[in-house]
Design a binder for this molecule. Structure first.
Ligand code: NDP
Length: 337
């Protein structure tokens, strides 16, 4: 180990608008040493997620911003190299927020041992990890779908949206996905079994959505905000539930988003609009993970991964989340399994 070095990607500058590669910097340093209660882990799969853009900014109501010069936060699946915690041994596979780096220190108290029987290792940070749990718990706990409901999902071909839509189908709903481009739309109505799909780049998104939701929208799983959200709110049915899971169209904004236009449809329909943060639902993770794993094993849940090779390519790949060039759960293969 002493001969190896650790590559880390750190925040060089807070992005102004869309993240640029120059906002991030690759550094090399020594492999860290674990203290009592800690693990030294080697990253295998790194998850790239939209929330990281928020952590690169200055918004303090979410989570503390990443200090300049510090490693970028991120969930990862890793192999234990050295353990100084009794519950872990070298060779174990763990999932923790160890960041964009080759080696990291994980805390024995918070690292989760990955059960390889549930699915391929990468699914521990995808369909069976944070995005999958977000989709399931956001939809079930806040969206409360009932059979026959019309459920609309934005960023529907992405890591969260694709699972949310499939869970809504399993719940007996009519599911309409919004995504960017023909290939993603075909994926939604083909492989994922959605009932309809609307292209967010189309000429008349409000008209296309209205045509796809003739009885209105009972549940809206909001991932993007902006003009897409604006197009959905006027279609809300009486008593609709809106799950505010994300607003990626705002993450690069330099001005606060405009939201007042939503007040009338919420008032008239008595819709419930509720923010959702997955980390407030930790008590339900294992139940949700088992259920998703069972559906995966039964072939009722499909997933798609968009894999980038090499830690050094993470900064360029990260930008794809913000222009829709990712297709499925965006992952970086940092080292071989
Ligand atoms: P995705 O895999 O869905 O990737 C992001 C997608 O967002 C892109 O592929 C693109 O899809 C769409 N998008 C990007 N920019 C815009 C834009 N300006 N307007 C409209 N759509 C855009 O990411 P995730 O599944 O990981 O995350 C989806 C959402 O869920 C994010 O908002 C994220 O922050 C949120 N989230 C929230 C959590 C919580 O606890 N609340 C936890 C995890 C995720 P396309 O081009 O196909 O439309």
């Amino acid at each position: 180990m002493a001969t190896e070095s650790n590559r880390r990607i750190v925040l060089a500058a807070r992005p102004a608008g869309a993240p640029k590669e120059s906002d991030l910097r690759l550094e090399e340093g020594p492999v860290p040493q674990p203290a009592d209660g800690e693990l030294l882990v080697r990253t295998i799969w790194l998850s790239l997620d939209p929330y990281m853009r928020l952590r690169m900014g200055t918004e303090v109501r979410y989570y503390p911003p990443i200090p300049i010069g510090e490693v970028i936060v991120g969930g990862a699946v890793s192999r234990v190299v050295e353990s100084r915690h009794p519950a872990f041994a070298p060779g174990d596979i763990v999932d923790d927020y160890t960041g964009w780096q080759d080696y990291a220190i994980a805390q024995g108290a918070s690292a989760r041992k990955v059960d390889p029987a549930l699915g391929p290792l990468s699914t521990a940070i995808g369909v069976l990890g944070m995005p999958g749990l977000t989709a399931y718990l956001g939809l079930v706990k806040v969206g409360r779908p009932a059979p026959g409901d019309t459920v609309v999902i934005s960023a529907a071909a992405g890591a969260v949206g694709a699972v949310a839509g499939q869970v809504a189908k399993i719940a007996g709903c009519r599911v309409v996905g919004i995504a960017g481009g023909e290939e993603k739309l075909a994926y939604l109505t083909g492989e994922l079994g959605f009932d309809a799909a609307v292209d967010r780049h189309g000429n008349d998104v409000p008209g296309a959505l209205a045509a796809a939701c003739p009885d209105g929208v009972d549940v809206y799983f909001e991932n993007v905000g902006g003009p897409i959200g604006d197009a959905v709110y006027p279609l809300l049915a009486h008593g609709a539930r809106v799950v505010i899971c994300g607003g990626i169209s705002h993450y690069n904004a330099t001005e606060p988003p405009r939201t007042a236009s939503h007040l009338a449809p919420i008032l008239f329909t008595e819709a419930e609009v509720k923010g959702f943060n997955i980390f407030s639902y930790a008590a339900h993770y294992e139940h949700a993970r088992r259920r998703l794993a069972r559906w995966l094993a039964e072939g009722r849940l499909a997933y798609r991964e968009d894999i980038v090779e090499g830690l050094e390519n993470a900064p360029a790949a990260f930008q794809r989340l913000f222009d829709g060039r990712n297709f499925g759960k965006l992952l970086v293969r940092v080292s071989a399994e």
